[in-house]
Design a protein around this ligand. Structure first.
Ligand code: MLT
Length: 261
């Protein structure tokens, strides 16, 4: 298996011309889209539909009035003024997506970068959502379903790389390299792996200096999202896009954890 990493958002448009045969994509948006999606699915949501634009979310709500609208602009819940329709039901804090709120629900989510990253790789045969919260479960699933090419996508922030996404991609590369038959990872994957290896014993400190973390830490009601999203393997769910573009939990048997490093 060859591991590649998309480090920055400007690399995403080229994916439209990629030959996806034999490839699996893993999307990382640690602060906070994929962390939030994993919490929602772990807490019983039926599905999460990532859409790039707010208008797309409103169209789905019109057709399916029972869905919940979630997401953010500038980190905060989308208002009626921003959407041109109703205010969204939920922001993008994983702590909002409690079982009482999301159980059996479908959530339509529009965020700044995370949902766009999913749209960019929607043509891939398999697309997974990963975070630190479900990293081990995701690694185990990939090991159990080997592919030729594994493409890790770091969603980033606007047009900039996001440190936390790259570190999470590096952590997954490290897990897989220790447990699977992995060819020499691409240079971008090695950048992610070496970056993670440098800071893995002080991850919170390192990530608190990232632009996304600093933005969230400056908003009192969102500050706790940063340590929350850096918890390891607290939400062991494997999440994959289905053919209809809905992120759903893949049923899985409890498995022993990967060897921790
Ligand atoms: C994103 O999609 O860029 C992030 O998830 C934004 C956020 O949650 O604040």
């Amino acid at each position: 298996m060859k591991i590649e990493v998309i480090l920055t958002p400007p690399e995403l448009p080229a994916l439209a011309r990629r030959d996806w045969r034999g490839a699996t994509c893993v999307v990382f948006d640690i602060l906070r889209a994929t962390s939030t999606f994993i919490v929602a699915l772990h807490n019983g949501a039926d599905a999460v539909i990532p859409v790039a634009e707010m208008a797309g979310a409103l169209e789905i709500r019109k057709a399916q009035p029972g869905v919940l609208l979630g997401g953010e602009r500038d980190g905060v819940k989308i208002t009626a003024a921003q959407s041109g329709g109703p205010a969204f039901d939920l922001g993008n804090s994983p702590r909002e997506y409690t079982p009482q709120c999301v159980k059996t629900k479908t959530i339509v989510s529009s965020t700044t970068n995370g949902t766009r990253a999913f749209r960019a790789c929607a043509a891939a045969p398999a697309v997974l959502a990963a975070s630190f919260l479900n990293l081990d479960a995701t690694a185990r699933h990939i090991q159990d379903h080997p592919v030729e090419n594994l493409l890790l996508i770091c969603a980033g922030t606007r047009q900039e790389p996001a440190l936390e996404d790259i570190l999470a991609a590096g952590a997954l590369c490290e897990l897989l390299s220790m447990n699977s038959a992995v060819e020499l990872p691409s240079d971008a994957a090695q950048i992610a792996m070496h970056s993670y290896a440098q800071v893995k014993t002080r991850l919170l400190t390192a990530i608190c200096n990232s632009s996304n973390a600093r933005r969230l830490l400056a908003i009192p009601e969102l500050a706790d999202d940063v340590p929350f999203c850096l918890q390891r393997d607290t939400h062991p769910v494997v999440a994959a896009l289905d053919p209809a573009g809905r992120l759903r939990a893949i049923p899985r048997l409890p498995r022993p954890p990967f060897q921790k490093f």
